[in-house]
Design a protein around this ligand. Structure first.
Ligand code: DGL
Length: 265
Protein backbone atom coordinates (compact mmCIF):
# COMPACT_ATOMS: atom_id res chain seq x y z
CA UNK A 1 0.00 0.00 0.00
CA UNK A 2 1.30 3.40 -1.00
CA UNK A 3 0.35 5.57 2.02
CA UNK A 4 0.91 8.80 0.11
CA UNK A 5 -2.13 8.11 -2.12
CA UNK A 6 -5.00 10.57 -1.70
CA UNK A 7 -8.25 10.27 0.25
CA UNK A 8 -11.33 11.16 -1.80
CA UNK A 9 -14.10 13.29 -0.31
CA UNK A 10 -17.45 13.70 -2.07
CA UNK A 11 -20.66 15.63 -1.60
CA UNK A 12 -23.54 16.82 -3.74
CA UNK A 13 -21.84 20.21 -3.59
CA UNK A 14 -19.79 22.44 -1.33
CA UNK A 15 -21.42 21.28 1.94
CA UNK A 16 -18.87 18.51 2.43
CA UNK A 17 -16.25 21.22 2.85
CA UNK A 18 -17.43 21.40 6.48
CA UNK A 19 -16.01 17.89 6.86
CA UNK A 20 -13.09 18.53 4.51
CA UNK A 21 -11.81 21.40 6.73
CA UNK A 22 -11.82 19.11 9.80
CA UNK A 23 -9.97 16.38 7.89
CA UNK A 24 -7.45 19.01 6.77
CA UNK A 25 -6.90 20.14 10.38
CA UNK A 26 -6.66 16.66 11.89
CA UNK A 27 -4.76 14.90 9.10
CA UNK A 28 -2.58 17.63 7.57
CA UNK A 29 -0.31 15.21 5.70
CA UNK A 30 -3.06 13.45 3.79
CA UNK A 31 -3.47 14.33 0.12
CA UNK A 32 -7.18 15.03 -0.45
CA UNK A 33 -9.31 15.08 -3.58
CA UNK A 34 -12.67 16.82 -3.13
CA UNK A 35 -15.53 16.40 -5.58
CA UNK A 36 -18.40 18.90 -5.38
CA UNK A 37 -21.19 17.62 -7.60
CA UNK A 38 -22.67 21.11 -7.64
CA UNK A 39 -23.87 20.76 -11.23
CA UNK A 40 -26.40 18.22 -9.90
CA UNK A 41 -27.07 19.67 -6.41
CA UNK A 42 -29.23 19.39 -4.46
CA UNK A 43 -29.35 15.61 -4.07
CA UNK A 44 -31.85 15.94 -1.22
CA UNK A 45 -34.94 15.99 -3.42
CA UNK A 46 -33.79 13.37 -5.96
CA UNK A 47 -34.87 9.74 -6.00
CA UNK A 48 -32.86 7.01 -4.29
CA UNK A 49 -31.91 5.16 -7.50
CA UNK A 50 -30.49 8.32 -9.05
CA UNK A 51 -28.47 9.18 -5.91
CA UNK A 52 -27.10 5.63 -5.67
CA UNK A 53 -26.04 5.59 -9.33
CA UNK A 54 -24.56 9.08 -9.39
CA UNK A 55 -22.59 8.61 -6.16
CA UNK A 56 -21.19 5.31 -7.50
CA UNK A 57 -20.01 7.19 -10.62
CA UNK A 58 -18.32 9.86 -8.50
CA UNK A 59 -16.60 7.24 -6.32
CA UNK A 60 -15.46 5.37 -9.46
CA UNK A 61 -13.90 8.67 -10.59
CA UNK A 62 -12.11 9.02 -7.23
CA UNK A 63 -10.87 5.42 -7.45
CA UNK A 64 -9.60 6.25 -10.95
CA UNK A 65 -7.67 9.16 -9.42
CA UNK A 66 -5.86 6.63 -7.20
CA UNK A 67 -7.69 7.22 -3.89
CA UNK A 68 -6.81 4.80 -1.08
CA UNK A 69 -10.05 5.56 0.82
CA UNK A 70 -13.21 7.61 0.35
CA UNK A 71 -15.16 9.81 2.74
CA UNK A 72 -18.84 10.28 1.94
CA UNK A 73 -19.34 13.84 3.16
CA UNK A 74 -23.07 13.74 2.41
CA UNK A 75 -25.70 12.35 4.78
CA UNK A 76 -28.11 11.92 1.89
CA UNK A 77 -25.75 9.55 0.03
CA UNK A 78 -24.98 7.66 3.25
CA UNK A 79 -28.57 7.06 4.27
CA UNK A 80 -29.63 6.02 0.78
CA UNK A 81 -26.68 4.11 -0.64
CA UNK A 82 -23.74 3.43 1.69
CA UNK A 83 -24.29 -0.33 1.94
CA UNK A 84 -24.44 -0.73 -1.84
CA UNK A 85 -21.38 1.48 -2.30
CA UNK A 86 -19.38 -0.55 0.24
CA UNK A 87 -20.32 -3.72 -1.63
CA UNK A 88 -19.30 -2.19 -4.97
CA UNK A 89 -15.89 -0.75 -4.07
CA UNK A 90 -13.06 -2.51 -2.32
CA UNK A 91 -11.47 0.53 -0.71
CA UNK A 92 -12.52 1.73 2.78
CA UNK A 93 -15.58 4.02 2.71
CA UNK A 94 -16.11 6.23 5.74
CA UNK A 95 -19.50 7.93 5.83
CA UNK A 96 -21.19 10.72 7.76
CA UNK A 97 -24.68 10.18 9.17
CA UNK A 98 -26.94 12.27 11.44
CA UNK A 99 -25.66 12.14 15.03
CA UNK A 100 -28.93 11.03 16.65
CA UNK A 101 -27.30 8.75 19.23
CA UNK A 102 -25.05 11.39 20.86
CA UNK A 103 -27.92 13.91 20.76
CA UNK A 104 -30.21 11.47 22.60
CA UNK A 105 -27.54 11.17 25.30
CA UNK A 106 -27.21 14.97 25.57
CA UNK A 107 -30.81 16.16 25.76
CA UNK A 108 -32.21 17.45 29.05
CA UNK A 109 -35.68 18.30 27.75
CA UNK A 110 -36.19 14.86 26.19
CA UNK A 111 -36.82 16.39 22.77
CA UNK A 112 -34.28 16.64 19.95
CA UNK A 113 -34.62 17.78 16.33
CA UNK A 114 -32.76 16.49 13.28
CA UNK A 115 -32.31 18.96 10.42
CA UNK A 116 -31.63 17.21 7.11
CA UNK A 117 -32.73 16.84 3.52
CA UNK A 118 -36.15 15.40 2.72
CA UNK A 119 -34.48 12.33 1.21
CA UNK A 120 -32.33 11.66 4.30
CA UNK A 121 -35.28 11.94 6.65
CA UNK A 122 -37.51 9.68 4.56
CA UNK A 123 -34.85 6.97 4.23
CA UNK A 124 -35.48 3.63 5.88
CA UNK A 125 -32.01 3.57 7.39
CA UNK A 126 -32.60 6.78 9.34
CA UNK A 127 -36.01 5.67 10.55
CA UNK A 128 -34.36 2.45 11.75
CA UNK A 129 -31.60 4.40 13.50
CA UNK A 130 -34.20 6.55 15.26
CA UNK A 131 -36.16 3.49 16.38
CA UNK A 132 -32.98 1.82 17.63
CA UNK A 133 -31.49 4.69 19.68
CA UNK A 134 -34.26 7.14 20.64
CA UNK A 135 -35.69 5.28 23.65
CA UNK A 136 -37.94 7.72 25.55
CA UNK A 137 -36.57 10.75 23.70
CA UNK A 138 -38.81 12.44 21.14
CA UNK A 139 -36.90 12.84 17.86
CA UNK A 140 -38.44 15.44 15.55
CA UNK A 141 -37.41 15.28 11.90
CA UNK A 142 -37.10 18.72 10.29
CA UNK A 143 -36.79 18.51 6.49
CA UNK A 144 -35.04 21.65 5.24
CA UNK A 145 -35.71 22.05 1.50
CA UNK A 146 -34.00 25.13 0.12
CA UNK A 147 -31.37 25.38 2.86
CA UNK A 148 -28.45 23.59 1.15
CA UNK A 149 -29.05 25.82 -1.88
CA UNK A 150 -28.33 28.93 0.24
CA UNK A 151 -24.93 27.48 1.14
CA UNK A 152 -24.32 26.54 -2.51
CA UNK A 153 -24.53 30.26 -3.24
CA UNK A 154 -22.51 31.21 -0.12
CA UNK A 155 -25.52 32.99 1.38
CA UNK A 156 -25.00 32.32 5.09
CA UNK A 157 -26.41 35.37 6.88
CA UNK A 158 -29.01 37.14 4.74
CA UNK A 159 -32.49 38.04 6.08
CA UNK A 160 -33.86 35.35 3.72
CA UNK A 161 -31.74 32.70 5.47
CA UNK A 162 -32.95 33.93 8.86
CA UNK A 163 -36.55 33.85 7.68
CA UNK A 164 -36.19 30.35 6.20
CA UNK A 165 -34.58 29.02 9.40
CA UNK A 166 -37.25 30.63 11.58
CA UNK A 167 -39.99 28.92 9.56
CA UNK A 168 -38.21 25.57 9.59
CA UNK A 169 -37.21 25.49 13.25
CA UNK A 170 -40.08 27.17 15.11
CA UNK A 171 -42.33 24.06 15.35
CA UNK A 172 -39.54 21.89 16.85
CA UNK A 173 -38.36 24.66 19.18
CA UNK A 174 -41.91 25.23 20.41
CA UNK A 175 -42.06 21.55 21.31
CA UNK A 176 -39.01 22.02 23.56
CA UNK A 177 -36.17 20.66 21.42
CA UNK A 178 -32.90 21.55 23.19
CA UNK A 179 -30.55 19.78 20.74
CA UNK A 180 -30.42 20.39 16.98
CA UNK A 181 -28.59 17.74 14.99
CA UNK A 182 -27.07 19.02 11.75
CA UNK A 183 -27.92 16.10 9.48
CA UNK A 184 -26.62 17.66 6.27
CA UNK A 185 -23.04 18.72 5.70
CA UNK A 186 -24.11 22.05 4.23
CA UNK A 187 -25.62 23.19 7.54
CA UNK A 188 -22.47 23.64 9.73
CA UNK A 189 -21.77 26.72 7.57
CA UNK A 190 -25.07 28.10 8.92
CA UNK A 191 -24.31 27.37 12.59
CA UNK A 192 -24.31 31.06 13.59
CA UNK A 193 -27.60 31.71 11.80
CA UNK A 194 -29.14 28.55 13.31
CA UNK A 195 -27.94 29.45 16.80
CA UNK A 196 -29.36 32.97 16.39
CA UNK A 197 -32.81 31.52 15.64
CA UNK A 198 -32.63 28.74 18.25
CA UNK A 199 -31.23 30.81 21.14
CA UNK A 200 -28.36 30.07 23.49
CA UNK A 201 -30.23 27.37 25.44
CA UNK A 202 -30.20 25.08 22.41
CA UNK A 203 -27.13 23.09 21.47
CA UNK A 204 -26.23 22.54 17.82
CA UNK A 205 -24.50 19.20 17.08
CA UNK A 206 -22.16 18.73 14.11
CA UNK A 207 -20.75 15.19 13.76
CA UNK A 208 -17.69 16.22 11.66
CA UNK A 209 -15.12 15.69 14.43
CA UNK A 210 -16.44 12.20 15.22
CA UNK A 211 -16.34 11.20 11.54
CA UNK A 212 -12.74 12.37 11.20
CA UNK A 213 -11.83 10.38 14.34
CA UNK A 214 -13.35 7.33 12.68
CA UNK A 215 -11.41 8.05 9.46
CA UNK A 216 -8.18 8.38 11.41
CA UNK A 217 -8.81 5.17 13.35
CA UNK A 218 -9.57 3.25 10.16
CA UNK A 219 -6.60 4.38 8.09
CA UNK A 220 -4.24 3.84 11.06
CA UNK A 221 -5.60 0.32 11.59
CA UNK A 222 -5.10 -0.43 7.88
CA UNK A 223 -1.60 1.06 7.91
CA UNK A 224 -2.68 3.69 5.37
CA UNK A 225 -1.73 6.86 7.25
CA UNK A 226 0.31 9.26 5.08
CA UNK A 227 3.91 9.75 6.23
CA UNK A 228 4.58 13.03 8.04
CA UNK A 229 6.84 14.06 5.14
CA UNK A 230 3.78 14.12 2.83
CA UNK A 231 2.79 17.59 1.63
CA UNK A 232 -0.95 17.01 2.01
CA UNK A 233 -2.00 18.63 -1.23
CA UNK A 234 -5.71 19.20 -1.91
CA UNK A 235 -7.25 18.96 -5.36
CA UNK A 236 -10.78 20.16 -6.12
CA UNK A 237 -13.21 19.13 -8.84
CA UNK A 238 -16.69 20.53 -9.46
CA UNK A 239 -19.41 19.54 -11.92
CA UNK A 240 -20.82 23.07 -11.66
CA UNK A 241 -19.35 26.27 -13.04
CA UNK A 242 -15.75 26.48 -11.86
CA UNK A 243 -15.65 30.29 -11.64
CA UNK A 244 -18.71 30.31 -9.35
CA UNK A 245 -17.28 27.34 -7.37
CA UNK A 246 -14.05 29.23 -6.82
CA UNK A 247 -15.89 32.21 -5.31
CA UNK A 248 -18.08 30.02 -3.08
CA UNK A 249 -15.23 27.77 -1.91
CA UNK A 250 -13.11 30.81 -1.09
CA UNK A 251 -15.90 32.31 0.96
CA UNK A 252 -16.55 29.04 2.85
CA UNK A 253 -12.95 28.00 3.47
CA UNK A 254 -11.44 31.47 3.70
CA UNK A 255 -8.70 30.84 1.15
CA UNK A 256 -8.36 30.59 -2.62
CA UNK A 257 -8.42 27.14 -4.14
CA UNK A 258 -7.97 26.13 -7.78
CA UNK A 259 -10.93 24.09 -9.04
CA UNK A 260 -11.07 21.88 -12.13
CA UNK A 261 -14.16 20.98 -14.10
CA UNK A 262 -15.28 17.42 -13.34
CA UNK A 263 -15.38 15.42 -16.59
CA UNK A 264 -18.68 13.82 -17.70
CA UNK A 265 -19.04 10.60 -15.71
N1 DGL B 1 -24.79 17.94 1.89
C1 DGL B 1 -25.73 16.91 1.65
C2 DGL B 1 -26.05 16.11 2.91
O1 DGL B 1 -25.23 16.03 3.79
C3 DGL B 1 -26.92 17.11 0.80
C4 DGL B 1 -27.42 18.43 0.35
C5 DGL B 1 -28.24 18.28 -0.91
O2 DGL B 1 -27.63 18.15 -1.97
O3 DGL B 1 -29.48 18.22 -0.84
O4 DGL B 1 -27.09 15.54 3.02
Amino acid sequence: MDQSKPIGVLDSGVGGLSLFRTIREQLPNEALIYVADSGYAPYGDKCEAWIAERSAQVIAFLVGQGCKAVVIACNTITTVAVNRLRETFDIPIIAIEPAIKPAVAMTKSGVIAVMATTRTLSSESLQRLRNRVAGEVEVIFVPCPGLAERVESADLVSPEVHHLLTNLLTPALSKGADILVLGCTHYPFLTDAIQAVAGSGVQVVDPSAAVVEELKRKICALNMLAPCTNAGIATFWSSGGTAQAQVVVQSLLGYRQAISKLPEL
